[in-house]
Design a protein around this ligand. Sequence first.
Ligand SMILES: Cc1cc2nc3c(=O)[nH]c(=O)nc-3n(C[C@H](O)[C@H](O)[C@H](O)COP(=O)(O)OP(=O)(O)OC[C@H]3O[C@@H](n4cnc5c(N)ncnc54)[C@H](O)[C@@H]3O)c2cc1C
Ligand SMILES: NC(=O)c1ccc[n+]([C@@H]2O[C@H](COP(=O)([O-])OP(=O)(O)OC[C@H]3O[C@@H](n4cnc5c(N)ncnc54)[C@H](O)[C@@H]3O)[C@@H](O)[C@H]2O)c1
Length: 453
Amino acid sequence: MEHYDLLVIGAGSGGVRASRTAAALGARVAVVEERDLGGTCVNVGCVPKKLFVYASQFSEQFSRAAGYGWSVPEREFTWATLRENKNREISRLNGIYDRMLGSAGVDVLQGHGKILGPNKVLVGETEYSADRILIAVGGWPFVPDFPGREHVISSNEVFFLDQLPDSMVIVGGGYIACEFASIFNGLGVKTHLLYRRDLFLRGFDRDIRELMAKEMQAKGIELHFNTDVQKVERDGSDLKVFTDIGSTIDAGQVMYATGRRPLLQGLGLENTQVALTDKGQIEVDELFQTAEPSIYALGDVVGRMELTPVALAEGMSLARRLFAPLQFSEQELKVDYSKIPTAVFTQPNIATVGLSEEAAREQGFDVSVFKASFTPMPLALTDSDEKVLVKLVVDKASDKVLGAHMVGQDAGEIIQGLAVAITAGATKADFDRTIGIHPTVAEEFVTLRTPEP
Ligand SMILES: Cc1cc2nc3c(=O)[nH]c(=O)nc-3n(C[C@H](O)[C@H](O)[C@H](O)COP(=O)(O)OP(=O)(O)OC[C@H]3O[C@@H](n4cnc5c(N)ncnc54)[C@H](O)[C@@H]3O)c2cc1C
Ligand SMILES: NC(=O)c1ccc[n+]([C@@H]2O[C@H](COP(=O)([O-])OP(=O)(O)OC[C@H]3O[C@@H](n4cnc5c(N)ncnc54)[C@H](O)[C@@H]3O)[C@@H](O)[C@H]2O)c1
């Protein structure tokens, strides 16, 4: 029987990073994958999503170009071209992952991994043994039960639609719902977003959520808050969505984006001591060890923050800890979850790092809030009145910047830089003594002088 130092189940963001890092540190490693290398992010997540985001931005750019003197001829969008070009790019990335793992010396075992015991995994018909097993199996879209559930799609299918629908209903109020509402609206689809509570993007700063709702509506997205689906019925080639407030919406497709759940079916956890949390995620300690000492888990399946850079950081941390703990400082070995920057690739983008104003106050900070909302310069010669929002939340006692928030084009690109400063403990005085780059939108972050009354 083939034996490994580390056998990883799942070649997604976390599994690939853990495998490559462990192999580079001298371990004998195999990674098991039943679908495509790169996992959710590469195949049905971040990467194809961002390509769709780029595609969807052109419609606004075409109409804004007129104010700058360009006349743009009649525009036509062909979904099949986007879909096929995206598929080609993803296949190229799958190939890169394959070669990268091969050159790192990691064995790729294609097939479903089932754990048979604390040190044994079955892949297809073959058993493997390992000193340690890492579960990095990620998650799967969760769609609640309701009459007509069989008619709706999730983020798994949305990337491969045969045809672009004329109209779309998207259910949910998180990252995926908001991003795909912007994507489809930008591609010319009549888009409705249904969210069961009063305002979407829970957990983000309230100012961001409110501005985003306004901007989405201004772009023509129909927002239905405090609304849930009662049933969905097929009506010829269309679908009819019946809501709990008595309205009916016709749509070519209905997409659910109501969260994701760990992908644990057929994994063989019953053959181990591995325990689950009350949310159904794998329970791990600070070092990603499960209740079965030889088995570790990380990434979406433990659900600390379902983001690719978090899975990458966890994978690297675990491999270093297991195979070369003495080569790294404690800071290099530990994942710091306190200031994780994140972006929502809506139109305009949202990006944020650190605490929202509400979270800072809830945690007992006495805060000063600095913010500005304005029409950015690129829109000066257009008829758009889209607004940018920049906001800093500052601890009055220490002057430390607790959170930076933005709505606006390329917000993710801008906040990534600020995240370095905030991680390093920058104060408002540090922001104030930083010279701006003019004329940019980003310079507003260093010219905010007057706190909110
Ligand atoms: C639509 C969408 C958009 C997203 N956009 C972003 C974004 O812009 N930025 C961001 O940071 N994050 C984004 N995410 C989240 C990001 O994709 C995940 O956080 C990340 O992929 C988690 O990595 P992981 O390694 O935990 O799991 P995954 O990437 O899901 O990898 C798990 C792998 O394990 C395999 N597997 C599962 N069970 C078995 C088994 N028993 N045997 C063999 N193989 C198995 C799966 O096939 C999969 O390849 C997005 C997610 C979605 C769905
Ligand atoms: N840009 C990014 O970084 C990015 C993009 C996409 C996804 N992601 C990651 O993937 C994860 C999954 O995305 P998501 O948007 O599916 O999840 P989410 O947790 O962000 O949002 C789920 C939404 O569905 C709603 N919901 C849950 N159950 C429901 C029900 N039964 N009926 C109606 N509504 C319900 C919730 O209230 C919430 O608004 C995200 O949490 C995020 O971590 C990140």
